[in-house]
Design a protein around this ligand. Structure first.
Ligand SMILES: Cc1cc2nc3c(=O)[nH]c(=O)nc-3n(C[C@H](O)[C@H](O)[C@H](O)COP(=O)(O)OP(=O)(O)OC[C@H]3O[C@@H](n4cnc5c(N)ncnc54)[C@H](O)[C@@H]3O)c2cc1C
Length: 385
């Protein structure tokens, strides 16, 4: 389908596609096998200005928005979503700063993120606080000249690899979610260290790690927004970043579809390529329909966000849920079409299936996000009544 991309959007898409094909495809199996962070590819992405895509021009960015970011993530994920999420997590770690940071904070941190010299990360989840983030225990106690952070964050993408961390912590334990605040914490801050590095089912080239804070003093200037704004900031960050997870899902689904079509054309059984079998054609057709429907919804939501919509919680959740469910179905069917070969690690189909699964879980499990959509529907009905 023609989405009538602008010349600028086509340039970004083509550049990301070229990096994916030339730099990622040849090494994706090795990165997955060795669970190795893609440092060299991050540098290639930085050299090609890909980290500038989501940063405004006044901070050395290209001034693009959610749509440009989604185009890059989709193309990278078509080759390897472990690499793509390492890239996208830097945007996730920058959104609070972009939306709520002071000019001084933006000028201090964003040019390095735009140049890809420094990676960012977003740290909300804790061992006892996953879907229910309000159960967090990490505290940030106000002292002279700053805040002292204590606690542990779990499952943090780019943990240990990023230099700049957007950490959510309680400045007032008595107020629950309303007592949370957002902070910028630099990697080498005393009292900040890294714990367990997770061994994952998929996206294995990405780093997922614990962050440990023990009497970690951050300067007063590193609070983002005001005390108590942490959860409002978090909700805004996730609304903005969920289409990126959707794009990750879309890219992996697109890659799996292409692989399944190529395989079905080549594989001969009963004297004919298996693509001649109606049952295989039906599966491929359904996969193609689902992928295009996911793309249409995602692009529409990303354009809605860039167009200046004030609220897009529901749309953002819809796009993430739909695209991730599509990715799981399409990658599973790609393995099925490839039969035994699909199950073997010689082909990337099984990796795509493993990589797709996480998109249904992180940045809001799909069950939780269906609840978000349903809550919006309930509000709408109440308004009409
Ligand atoms: C690889 C990876 C990378 C991650 N990266 C980051 C990161 O960079 N930063 C960060 O802060 N976090 C990160 N996370 C955390 C991620 O966002 C959480 O894992 C996710 O939100 C789910 O939380 P949980 O794992 O604690 O599951 P739980 O909250 O324990 O939920 C388990 C299951 O219960 C069901 N469930 C729970 N609550 C509800 C509900 N209200 N309604 C319906 N069903 C429900 C869902 O099926 C859910 O899948 C990452 C996680 C992984 C695995």
């Amino acid at each position: 389908m023609d989405y009538f991309l602008t010349e600028g959007e086509k340039t970004i898409q083509n550049l990301a596609r070229r990096i994916a094909e030339e730099k990622i495809l040849p090494v994706r199996a090795e990165l997955d096998e060795k669970e190795e962070f893609p440092r060299d590819i991050i540098k290639d992405l930085a050299d090609s200005d890909m980290f500038r895509v989501f940063i405004p021009e006044q901070y050395d960015g290209l001034g693009g928005g959610c749509f440009d970011l989604c185009l890059v993530v989709e193309e990278l994920s078509r080759a390897c979503s472990g690499v793509a999420v390492s890239y996208a997590a830097s945007a996730l770690g920058s959104f609070a700063l972009l939306e709520h940071g002071t000019e001084a904070q933006k000028h201090k941190y964003l040019p390095d993120i735009a140049a890809g010299r420094k990676l960012a990360a977003f740290a909300l989840t804790e061992p006892t606080a996953g879907s229910d983030a309000s159960a967090m225990k990490t505290t940030a106690e106000k002292v002279d000249g700053g805040y002292v952070i204590n606690g542990t964050k779990q499952f943090i993408t780019n943990g240990g690899e990023a230099e700049i961390y957007n950490v959510i912590a309680l400045t007032d334990k008595t107020r629950g979610a309303r007592g949370a605040s957002a902070f910028l914490v630099e990697k080498d801050t005393p009292g900040f260290s890294f714990g367990k590095k997770e061994k994952k089912m998929g996206i294995r080239s990405s780093a997922t790690r614990e962050l440990v804070f023990k009497n970690c003093l951050v300067p007063e200037d590193n609070i983002i927004g005001r005390e108590g704004m942490g959860f409002i900031i978090t909700l805004g960050v996730l609304d903005k970043s969920r289409p990126g997870i959707g794009s990750q899902a879309l890219g992996v689904a697109q890659g799996a579809l292409e692989m399944a079509v190529d395989y079905a054309r080549e594989r001969v059984q009963f004297g004919h390529p298996i693509i001649a079998l109606p049952v295989v054609q039906n599966m491929l057709a359904d996969m193609a329909i689902q992928v295009e429907a996911a793309r249409a919804l995602l692009y529409a939501v990303a354009r809605t966000i860039d167009g200046g919509a004030k609220k897009y919680t529901e749309e953002s959740a819809m796009a993430k849920v739909f695209a991730s469910d599509v990715a799981m179905k399409v990658t599973t069917n790609a393995v099925q079409i490839m039969g035994g070969a699909g199950y073997m690690r010689d082909y990337p189909a099984e990796k795509m299936m493993r990589d797709a699964k996480i998109t249904q879980i992180y940045e809001g499990a799909n069950e939780v996000l269906r609840g978000t959509v349903a809550a919006e529907l309930r509000k709408r009905k109440a308004r009409r009544a």
